[in-house]
Design a protein around this ligand. Sequence first.
Ligand SMILES: NC(=O)c1ccc[n+]([C@@H]2O[C@H](COP(=O)([O-])OP(=O)(O)OC[C@H]3O[C@@H](n4cnc5c(N)ncnc54)[C@H](O)[C@@H]3O)[C@@H](O)[C@H]2O)c1
Length: 280
Amino acid sequence: MTTNLLEGKKGIIFGALNEKSIAWHVAERAWQQGAKIVLTNAPVALRMGTINELAEKTGSEVIPADATSMKDLEILFKRSMELFDGKIDFVLHSIGMSPNVRKGIPYPEINYENMLKTFDVSALSFHRILQTAYKMDAITEWGSVVALSYVAAQRTLAGYNDMGDAKALLESISRSFGYIYGRERHVRVNTVSQSPTETTAGTSISGFNSLVDFSDRMSPLGNADASDCADVCVMLFSDFTRKVTMQNIFNDGGFSSMGMSQRAIEQYAKSFEECDCRDK
Ligand SMILES: NC(=O)c1ccc[n+]([C@@H]2O[C@H](COP(=O)([O-])OP(=O)(O)OC[C@H]3O[C@@H](n4cnc5c(N)ncnc54)[C@H](O)[C@@H]3O)[C@@H](O)[C@H]2O)c1
C-alpha cells in the first residue's frame, strides 16, 4: 500500500456522523495518508453523532456548518484557512437527506416542500460549497473537490425516491462548476458513485437490504464498502489524478455496466422454484 499520498495536504470533510458514515472512513484514510483535516457537520448532527471521537483520533478541529447556510460556509472556510495557515487542498461533500424518504412518502405523491429541501441539502449544498470556496479563493491550484453520488442519477431504482433526482442534479453541478473552476483556477471537481452502503442515510431507503443483496449479486467484484470508497476519494484528492475532472467515477464493483448476472439468475430461479411460478 502506498503511504503518505496526502503528505502536506489540508482538507475539509463534510458529513461524518458516526463510524458507519462514508465520510468517517474517508477522513480516517486521508489522515492515515498524511493529510491534516477539518471535520464539519450540521449543528444537530454534532449533537446526535460521535464526530468528536473521530476528531480526537485524527487530531482534527470540528467546525459546525449547516451546508445550506452561506453564512455558516463562509465561517467554516475562513476558520479552516486560519487553522491551516493557508488554502485548502481538498474538500469532500458527503451529505444527503430527503424528508420524503424519511417520512415514507411515495414518489408519485411527493410533497414539494420536502422535495425542495431534498435538493437544497443533497445537491445545492454542493454548489454553495463550491461558490463559497471560489469567491474566497480558498482552494489551492490543482486542488480537488469530491461529492458522493449514487447510480440512481442515471438509472431508476425502486424506493430511492427524490434522492435519484437530487443525485442527477449533484452530478450536473459537478460538471458545470468543474468547467469553471478548472478553467479559472485548475481546481478539479468530481463525483464518486458508490455502491449501497450500510449507513444512517443508506438504511433510510425503503427495501435497502434487498438493494444491497441485488447490487452485490449483479456486481462482478461485489459491492464496494465505505473503506473502498475512502481509497477512491484519497486517490482523487492526490496528485495522481491532476487531470481528472468533471467525471463521475463508479466505485460499484461493476454494477453500473451490468444487465443481468449469473448470481442474480440463480436467485430468481430459486424464488421461482419456491413459488412454483416459473417462466409463465
Ligand atoms: N449509504 C449509501 O448506500 C450511499 C450510496 C451512494 C452514495 N451515498 C451518499 O454518501 C453520502 C454520505 O452518506 P452516508 O451513507 O455516509 O450516510 P450518513 O447518514 O452517515 O451521512 C449523511 C450526512 O449528511 C449530513 N447532513 C444532512 N443534512 C446536512 C446539512 N444541512 N448540512 C450539513 N450536513 C448535513 C448528516 O449529518 C450526515 O453526516 C450522501 O451523499 C449519500 O447520498 C450513500
